[in-house]
Design a binder for this molecule. Structure first.
Ligand code: ZN
Length: 326
């Protein structure tokens, strides 16, 4: 899940009108763009128009998926398989609705199968039941994401590194956890072109606001992609594939963890010394667009503080944080 509501209406309108719904990335491999420049709660989807008509994720609007299929002389009922990158609502998205029409396979990583299958499973991986903002979150999801609250029929799981054949094209799963425990990117035929999913190269940076998220794993995953040296990176939340300066973009994205950590340490030095107080400052989200985001800001802050305590840089006394003097 990403926060993508930071931009002015004018920017959004320009972005919405200036791109086509889909582009062909490789022969018969199409990027189906989300609405609103693919910002959360939208996300991009990949369509492999091959012997096995395959969608990777199902979070872009159904309208865009349908119109792309139509342009390629297909319809929703032709979809044979959906492969998910992870359990998040903007990725499993409309897969359950599509299954009702197409009765297609649904494949995900085994570590988050329950988070795909049921809404309760998703809530557990989010880890937010009982949180003071849980009711706010639930109300928001009910209002905006009714389509993710039912059951999904998971028909199989993927295996890290084992290609999923679509016919002429293969999807190569690369398990890159951190954003979530199951977060999986896909090389398309080889590792030159990678669907980077939520290693999304946005200016916002990495998101790790669930129980099933981990900062250290996320850093390692970004470093692994840097080592893979892809030529093309496709983000779930950018309109265009990244082809220029991809190494630099990945390093900048990796650097955002450290920038956030520095802001947190500075705030603690200035006496902003509890999670509640820190969550009122722009540590991770530049601003909190609605209360529901506090839950994720707090989760991400807690993960940073946990690491800072482990590294001996911060101590906690009676719920108050202090910088450990070396
Ligand atoms: Zn996500």
């Amino acid at each position: 899940m990403r926060q993508r509501e930071l931009f002015s209406t004018k920017t959004v309108q320009i972005a919405m009108t200036e791109y086509s719904k889909h582009i062909e990335i490789l022969p018969n491999v199409h990027l189906v763009r989300g609405e609103n420049a693919a910002r959360f709660p939208e996300a991009n989807t990949m369509l492999i128009d091959d012997e096995i008509l395959t969608l990777v994720d199902a979070g872009s609007s159904l309208k865009n998926i349908s119109s792309t299929l139509r342009d390629l002389n297909h319809e929703i009922s032709d979809i044979q398989r959906i492969v998910l990158t992870h359990f998040h609502i903007d990725h499993k998205g409309y897969a359950a609705d599509i299954q009702k029409i197409a009765d297609c396979e649904l494949i995900c990583h085994p570590l988050a199968e329950e988070g795909v299958r049921t809404f309760q499973g998703l809530v557990e991986l989010y880890g937010i039941e009982g949180h003071k903002y849980y009711d706010t979150w639930y109300a928001y999801i009910s209002l905006r994401f009714g389509h993710v609250m039912g059951n999904y029929n998971v028909t199989g799981t993927l295996t890290d590194g084992k290609p999923i054949s679509c016919g002429e094209n293969d999807l190569i799963p690369i398990h890159l956890p951190g954003h979530t425990i199951d977060h999986t990117c896909f090389g398309i035929n080889d590792l030159d072109t990678i669907f980077l999913t939520d290693i999304d190269l946005t200016n916002f940076g990495p998101w790790y606001g669930n129980k099933a998220s981990d900062i250290e794993d996320f850093k390692k995953s970004v470093e692994r992609v840097i080592d893979l040296q892809p030529k093309v990176g496709i983000s779930s939340h950018l309109v265009d594939p990244v082809t220029n300066d991809i190494d630099e973009r990945l390093r900048k994205f990796r650097g955002i963890f450290d920038e956030r950590e520095k802001r947190i340490l500075d705030n603690i030095s200035n006496g902003i010394d509890t999670i509640d107080k820190l969550s009122q400052k722009p540590n991770i989200y530049p601003r909190i667009p609605r209360d529901v985001y506090f839950v994720f800001e707090m989760f991400m802050l807690e993960k940073h503080i946990e690491i800072l305590k482990k590294d001996g840089m911060v101590v906690e006394e009676n719920g108050h944080f202090k910088i450990e003097k070396s």
